[in-house]
Design a protein around this ligand. Structure first.
Ligand code: AMP
Length: 504
């Protein structure tokens, strides 16, 4: 028997098994009234009412529905209300500038656009037949009307299009199918042990690769989801305490915000020995990993992947085999991207690029067949990341391919140098880039944000010497107050390089 895998399965299970359990606690502090606390039965009813509304608007199966919003219960409901009845959800990064938002809405050909009230001003610039402000009126839902069934559910139909954070080029629309999403969510849930006693905190933006698929698997397992609209370290700690959170996902920068807040937190750290944190999106510094254990008492887990891979490719968790090792050694082992998740194959090609194969790899880039053909060759997806596979079979990411530094003919992994720098207690953040140099081709240059304690460049060089080969030591160190990052916490190295005259 072959029953199509669709995102509705996650919602249907929750509505059947846990109808009266709390499904979502909406952000209390938002511009329009939130949805408050909803049970799974209520979430399912909202999703049906949204699908019924889209029927009434004449949006066909396969029609695109864009949502530009901070994390909110309404966005969460749309994961099911839109894709669950065969339409395509396009969750858009709310932090993008207007021209980028306009480009995405036009490129995906959205029939409907919903925006958060804080973004109401962008609506008049967007082309879509139907435009709504979320929560201002609840036109979003046609209550009490049953939506038309999705006549011919297809697991290979596109469920969502997620535009990647454009850095230099136009953003590309990553088409994820129901099957991609279903298998990513269940494999992710399996590796992270998601179970019905969990409580999940949405620290990750839901637009970013559908919150890595967590909204689907937590729904299926009856896990209450706590919505967080804006990342704030102290607020994360407060919500962990208030709601008994057990699980959250975050980029390394978010953990740093929590660690900062922990330094001035009054009383025991909430969630000690209870919270599991899943980190990805950028390489987590070893020192940050160690501090998650020491300061927070939270369990550190890492995954690696891309929007194009829904995202999970590899996973790294503490292992029974490492039990006797010192904390620093365990942190070092956890700093690797990890081992392939179930059903995923990973290899590194002759150019040092990480390639992957599996059921989470995208169907294609929306209306960009050339880009799809360039990304998937001979059955392998090209991640654009440089890396190695170590003796234990763990993938270690060394750089985005275009960010590798070549100094004196030697490849230098900026990530390795950043890790050495951030292991110094006075360094809060570091970005390492290549800058043009007549003698060396590129010079290993470090941009560093410190804690203000007055550490000098010489001290940092001395510190790096204990970790790095001579040719990897930064030749130039500049102090900055902040570093350019994308909405999802990635360093924008092309921007950092611009100030040195080699932006591209
Ligand atoms: P995105 O598609 O925006 O989620 O970005 C995916 C990119 O983030 C990957 O190609 C990597 O460069 C980076 N990335 C994600 N997870 C990790 C990780 N665990 N370690 C290092 N880099 C990561």
């Amino acid at each position: 028997m072959l029953v199509p895998l669709t995102v509705r399965d996650f919602l249907d299970r929750a509505a059947h098994v846990y109808p009266d359990r709390i499904a979502v606690v909406d952000e209390p502090d938002q511009p329009a009234p939130g949805l408050g606390t909803l049970t799974f039965a209520q979430v399912a009813a909202r999703a049906r009412a949204q699908a019924a509304r889209l029927d009434r608007l004449g949006v066909p199966v396969g029609g695109r529905v864009a949502v530009i919003s901070q994390n909110s219960a309404r966005l969460l409901v749309s994961f099911f209300g839109v894709s669950g009845w065969g339409r395509v959800l396009v969750p858009v990064n709310f932090r993008l500038a207007l021209p980028e938002i306009r480009y995405i809405v036009e490129h995906c050909g959205a029939d409907v656009v919903y925006v958060d009230p804080a973004l109401e001003h962008v609506l008049e610039h967007l082309t879509a037949t139907h435009k709504f402000v979320l929560g201002a009126d609840d036109d979003l839902y046609l209550d009490g009307v049953e939506p038309a069934a999705w006549a011919d559910p297809d697991e290979n139909a596109t469920a969502t299009i997620n535009y990647t954070s454009g850095t230099t080029a136009r953003p590309k629309g990553v088409q994820l199918t129901h099957r991609n999403i279903w298998l990513n969510a269940t494999v992710f849930g399996l590796h992270m042990g998601v179970h019905e006693d969990d409580v999940y905190l949405h620290t990750l933006p839901m637009f970013h690769c559908n919150g890595w698929g967590m909204p689907y698997i937590t729904t299926a397992m009856g896990v209450p989801q706590i919505v967080l609209r804006q990342v704030d370290g102290a607020e994360i700690l407060r919500r962990v305490e208030r709601h008994g959170v057990t699980l959250l996902c975050a980029a390394p920068a978010v953990i740093n915000a929590v660690l900062d807040a922990a330094a001035t937190w009054d009383g025991p750290i909430p969630g000690r020995d209870r919270v599991r944190i899943v980190v990805a999106g950028a390489p987590p510094p070893t020192r940050t990993i160690a501090r998650v254990g020491e300061v927070l008492g939270w369990q550190f887990n890492q995954i690696y992947g891309l929007t194009e891979t829904t995202p999970i490719l590899t996973v790294n968790r503490d292992r029974a085999e490492w039990a006797g090792l010192p904390a620093e050694e365990r942190a070092r082992r956890l700093s690797r991207a990890g081992v392939p998740a179930l059903g995923v194959s990973v290899r590194v090609d002759a150019d040092g690029e990480v390639l992957a194969r599996g059921n989470h790899v995208l169907e294609g880039y929306w209306e960009q067949p050339e880009a799809t053909a360039a990304a998937i060759t001979d059955g392998w997806f090209h991640t654009g990341d440089g890396g190695t596979i170590d003796a234990e079979g763990y993938v270690v990411i060394s750089d985005r391919k275009k960010d590798v530094i070549i100094s004196g003919g030697e490849n230098v992994s900026s990530i390795e140098v950043e890790d050495a720098l951030t292991s110094h207690p006075a360094v809060r953040e570091a970005a390492v880039i290549g800058t043009p140099d007549e003698k060396w081709g590129e010079l290993v240059t470090a941009l560093v944000v410190t804690d203000g304690s007055g550490v000098t460049a010489e001290e940092l060089v001395t510190h790096c010497r204990t970790f790095l080969a001579g040719y990897k030591i930064p030749r130039r160190i500049e102090f900055r107050t902040e570093l350019a990052r994308t909405a999802t916490g990635k360093l924008q190295k092309f921007k950092l390089r611009e100030s040195f005259g080699n932006g591209q």
